[in-house]
Every structure is written in C-alpha cells, then in structure tokens.
Design a protein around this ligand. Structure first.
Ligand SMILES: Cc1ncc(COP(=O)(O)O)c(C=O)c1O
Length: 445
C-alpha cells in the first residue's frame, strides 16, 4: 500500500513528556514508588476570582471572535505594556487555545529555516520539521546552557548557509524550559541585533515571564516596540504556567506595530479561522481577570513566584552540593543538571546517553526526569551537553487535586509572607536524589 502519511508528519512521535508519564505509571503499577520530576505542569490552585468568573461564564457557549474578545486582548496588551514599559494596542494581540498552536502556526506560515538554541523546549523541533523546515542549533554556554554569544549565532547561521538553507526565523525562550535560566539584557540585545542584521524574524516565547526570581528581570524582553530593530519580533505567552491553567487552553501572540507585524498577524488570523476558530469562551472571559494588573492578581503572581523560587532554590542547592554540573535557576520551575561528573560510574552501569540515564533512574531509583536529548542535546557531543536531565519541580506540592485546593491557597500565602513552609514531597525528592548519588559514588571506577 502506498504511504498514507506525508513524510514530514511521519516523523512525529508522541511527546517525550507523555512517554515518560507512561513509564512512570507502568513502574508504579509494579508497586514501585516514583518521584515525578518529569512533567512541567504548574499545579497551584487558580486564583479564586478567576475561578468564580470561569464558573459563571460556563453557560457562554457561543464562538468568540477569531482574534479573541476585545476585552481580553486589551487585558493582555495592558499587562505586557506594564511589564515591559512599552505601548501595546489590543489590535496587536491574537488569542488562541494555548500558545502551542500559535507557535505551530508561526512556523508554518513564516518563510525560511529555523535557528533554535540548544537546548530548547521539546515541541519546537517537531513543529519546525513538520512545517518542512530545516533546523540549526545555536550552541549555548557550557554551564548555564542558555547564554548565547554572537560567535555562536554566527556559527549556526554559517552552518545553515553552508548546507544550502535559508535561515530566516529564530526562536528564544526566557525564562527557559528546560534550563530555568533567564537572558541578560545584553544577551537579548546581541540576539536582536544579529537577527536584524540577517533579516531573521525573532519569536520570543515568554510563557514563564512572570516567574522571574529577580523581579527586575521580568522586563528583559526582545519585544520592545520602541526600538527600530523590533519590527519582526513576535512575543508569545499564555495562561498555563503562572496561573496553573494549562487545561483551559488560553495563549496569545503579540505582533509588532510594523507593516510586517500586521501582515504576519493577518495571516495568523486567517490560519486560525481555518484551524481552531477561537479559544474557549468561558476561559477567555475568566482570563480578562487573570491578566489584569489589579492588586489581587499582582499579589497572586508574586506568591506563585515566591513558591517556585523556594522550591527551585532548595533543589538547586541539593544538586550542586552533590557535585552535579548545574547553572543557578533564575525563573520558571526547571533545573537542568548534568550527571557528567559521574560519567565513569554511569558507563560502568552501561549508561551512555541521557535517555539511558532517565530510564535507569525511573526503573532502578524511583526518580523520573526528562533526558537532555529530548531538548536537542547531543549525547555524543561535548561533555557539557551530555547526561543532562530536565528536572521539573512543579509536582512537588500536592498529592492530588483535592489536596491542592485544600492546602494550596494557605501555602501560597505562607510562602509569600515569608513564613516557614513544609514541602514533604520536595524533601522526599531530595532524599531520593541523594540516594542516587550515593549509589553512583559506591561504584568503583
Ligand atoms: C516553553 C514553553 N512554551 C510553550 C508552551 C505551551 O504552553 P500552552 O500551549 O499551554 O500555552 C510550554 C508548555 O509546556 C512551554 O514549556
């Protein structure tokens, strides 16, 4: 029988995040305990007024406008204008059922091949390849695996040109999934200037922008409508991370106020009208409040950030003290250690890749984390990229949803007011990680 699947689509696989979930469930079904650090889903209780508005809006069943309601686009525009100290009009905003479909659409409609920092979030690469584009990795700093230099940009660009490609799109993500790092203003400027010089459209995925451990870093963004190298910078964000509402499916893109920005926005709107029509109506109505800059939402965002910072910092200190290579997290809820200091011991166990390491940790040590290879790391490349794991701390707060709503608000409140808090699942994770390292240290090399 002839192929029924187009060659670009045939390469698609179930996302590694879901794959790891299945392995965790299977291992647990065998009666083994597994600490789940593999899934980057925010799990705090949603802010109470936002929840109330959603409930009240549940009888709204009509389609919303393709671009999103005027009120929501204004709320998103005002929120980001306030954060970045720029002017943004609601007409620059497009709302969608999550930022993922918007990223998919952007890769699909924009011309040219793609530069992506190594490592990058798991879904960009499949989206790029599915769009029939070539992908070229931009190497990042050996320790923080995030910082990008002009030399690294030039190397990736020249590599693309030498392979006959046409690199015209770059995507960056800060705070980053998987590294938990944040770009400095200088680094952003280097990337922007390079993109401007080479005629590259820059997509800046800022879905974790509220979760910056240093408040002042929230405003560091490539999206700056005041500067003249911003005419093809597109910002994406959404409700999933800060507000723990991934399941409501609300994301957005903000386009630059330039003729090119308008052309891209109109094309995305046409695409949306033929593909997803609009984001969910009740979720859009509730999101107006979520993105608002009123005092109670500002307080909610602050307490969410304080709790993520507490948990990430404790985990970072543990991993560092155990001798792993790790950059200090500055945002989001991820850590990205390398087990390469234990490479000799791992090799003795027959572990040669980050995927081997991830499977061994789940099966033999009761610890689930995603392998660096899922984020583009080359397990045969330089040592600093090998044996990387992405650790997500977002599942370390509650046992289940009932627990989340029973204790979550008090926990958020306690952490933001500086009271002592107890996180038993975090302590359990720390204990299991220490056991893993003891196990490795006991292997003679
Ligand atoms: C870096 C990054 N970008 C985008 C998304 C997509 O989020 P959503 O489609 O829920 O807006 C995620 C979700 O995990 C992410 O980690």
């Amino acid at each position: 029988m002839a192929n029924v699947i187009r060659s670009t689509a045939a390469k698609l696989q179930i996302s590694p995040t879901l794959g790891i979930n299945e392995l965790v469930l299977k291992t647990r079904a065998e009666g083994k305990n597994v600490v789940h650090l593999g899934f980057g889903e925010a799990t705090f209780p949603i802010q109470k007024d936002v929840l109330r508005i959603y409930r009240e809006a549940s009888s709204t069943t009509s389609y919303m406008p393709v671009a999103g309601t005027e009120e929501l686009r204004k709320s998103i525009a005002d929120f980001n204008a306030d954060r970045l100290n720029v002017t943004i009009s609601p007409n620059q905003v497009v709302v969608a059922p999550g930022s993922k479909p918007l990223l998919f659409a952007l890769f699909d409609v924009l011309e040219g091949d793609v530069l992506l920092p190594r490592p990058s979030w798991v879904s960009y690469e499949p989206q790029v390849l599915h769009a029939g584009k070539k992908l070229f990795w931009v190497e990042t700093d050996a320790l923080d695996r995030h910082t990008i230099t002009e030399a690294a940009l030039t190397a990736a660009y020249e590599n693309a040109i030498s392979e006959g490609a046409d690199p015209r799109i770059m995507l960056i993500n800060s705070p980053s999934n998987p590294t938990g790092h944040v770009f400095s203003a200088d680094c952003i400027q280097t990337i922007k200037s390079f993109c401007k010089l080479k005629g590259i459209a820059l997509i800046t995925d800022e879905i974790y922008s509220d979760i910056c451990f240093d408040e002042t870093q929230k405003a560091i963004s490539a999206f700056d409508s005041k500067s003249n190298d911003s005419e093809t910078v597109i910002l994406t964000g959404g409700l999933s991370k800060t507000y723990s509402a991934g399941g409501w499916r609300v994301g957005y893109a903000i386009f630059p106020p330039s003729p090119t920005g308008e052309t891209i926005r109109n094309t995305i709107l046409a695409y949306a009208s033929e593909c997803w029509s609009a984001a969910s109506a009740p979720a859009q109505l509730a999101s107006v409040k979520a993105f608002s800059t009123c005092q109670d939402m500002v307080a909610y965002r602050k307490s969410v950030t304080a709790l993520h910072r507490y948990c990430s910092t404790r985990m970072y200190q543990t991993l560092k003290d155990l001798g792993l290579d790790i950059g200090e997290p500055r945002g989001a809820f991820y850590l990205y250690p390398s087990f390469s200091p234990y490479a000799a011991q791992l090799n003795k166990l027959g572990i040669f890749t980050s995927a081997d390491l991830s499977t061994w940790l789940i099966r033999e040590c009761g610890l689930a984390a995603l392998p660096g290879s899922a984020f583009g790391e080359d397990d045969t490349g330089p040592m600093f990229g090998r044996f990387r794991l992405r650790i997500a701390t977002s599942y370390l707060y509650f046992q289940n949803e009932a627990d989340r709503y029973q204790h979550g608000y008090a926990l958020l409140e306690a952490c933001s007011s500086g009271h002592e808090i107890q996180l038993p699942y975090l302590e359990e994770a720390v204990y299991v990680i220490k056991e893993v390292i003891e196990k490795l240290k006991a292997i003679p090399v």
